[in-house]
Design a protein around this ligand. Structure first.
Ligand code: AMP
Length: 281
């Protein structure tokens, strides 16, 4: 396995692979890997002959009061996992390799970026879309793999790639959960034992809503109220950021649950902000 910090070195090696007929799969990450990241690596290995992963805590997607400095990091462990799971090249630049001091070119998908997570994290998706575009240019993969846990991010990246005519196929991969249902996330490391014990109630709430829908409840206002009540009982340490019912492809809000509808939620819990989503119909 190769490990490079500099975009030019990455570009040269991947170009030689492409020239020899390899199909390049790309898995962008911010590191502190868990089974969700490894799931993307497996998906890339299944469809590609060379797998490139990036590990870069991208400063432009963090707000001024967010956790950039505290974001969990363990590069040695990530590299060992990458090697064991058959990654061919890990690109791990520092901010100086990715952004010149006067960087002011941005990729924006404003209509999809302002709602849901974008409402409480202004500028976040601009940073994501910009860094993914840059990584696509550096690596020039055939396919790129993203987790469905970050559903809004996946929709934004698909839209960005389509609208900019990027020759990259965007592949979504299912959410990987802990045994108790909590969606895996590097940020779960922030949770205290007490918070961690309550955290699975976020997904349990989405499953509760699923059962209500199966029982015939389709009114979004009453489902929202049911979700809030569930969290007040089972996750009292949390503060709900949003619970919304949307069309999965357009993220347009639904007034009634009709096929297809995705429930999306975000919740502040201690130092963490958890997100999750679940297809209702
Ligand atoms: P991150 O390192 O948190 O930026 O995540 C890198 C990629 O892994 C993104 O495409 C995420 O959506 C994906 N990912 C993170 N957690 C999970 C999970 N629990 N299940 C599936 N994919 C995930």
């Amino acid at each position: 396995m190769e490990m490079f910090r500099h975009p030019d070195t990455v570009r040269d090696l991947v170009a030689s692979w492409r020239f020899r007929g390899h199909r390049i799969g790309f898995v962008p990450t911010m590191g502190y890997w868990h089974a969700g990241h490894l799931r993307l690596v497996e998906a890339a290995r299944a469809r590609c002959t060379k797998v490139v992963a990036s590990i870069f805590v991208n400063p432009t997607q963090f707000g001024p009061n967010e956790d950039l400095a505290a974001y969990p990091r363990n590069l040695d462990r990530d590299l060992a996992l990458a090697q064991r799971h058959g990654v061919d090249l890990v690109f791990c630049p520092g901010p100086a390799e990715m952004y010149e001091p006067e960087h002011d070119t941005w990729v924006e998908v404003p209509r999809l970026s302002q709602r849901l997570c974008g409402a409480s994290r202004p500028g976040h998706f601009r940073g994501v879309a910009t860094v993914v575009t840059k990584l696509f240019w550096i690596i020039q993969p055939h396919l790129a793999f993203f987790g469905e846990k970050d559903w809004q991010q996946l929709v934004i990246i698909r839209t960005m790639a389509r609208q900019l005519s990027c020759p990259v196929e965007i592949v979504g991969c299912p959410i990987v959960r802990e045994a108790d249902g909590l969606a895996m996330s590097s940020r779960n490391a922030y949770l205290t034992a007490e918070e961690r014990a309550q955290a699975p109630a976020l997904f349990a709430m989405l499953q509760h809503l699923h059962r209500l829908v199966e029982a015939g409840q389709t009114d979004v206002a009453s489902l929202t109220e049911a979700g809030r009540e569930y969290l007040a009982t089972h996750l009292p340490l949390g503060r709900l950021d949003y619970l919304q019912f949307v069309h999965p492809d357009t993220l347009e809000p639904r007034l009634v649950v009709e096929p297809p509808t995705l429930a999306m939620a975000a919740l502040f819990l201690g130092k963490a902000r958890l997100i999750d989503n679940h297809r209702l119909v």
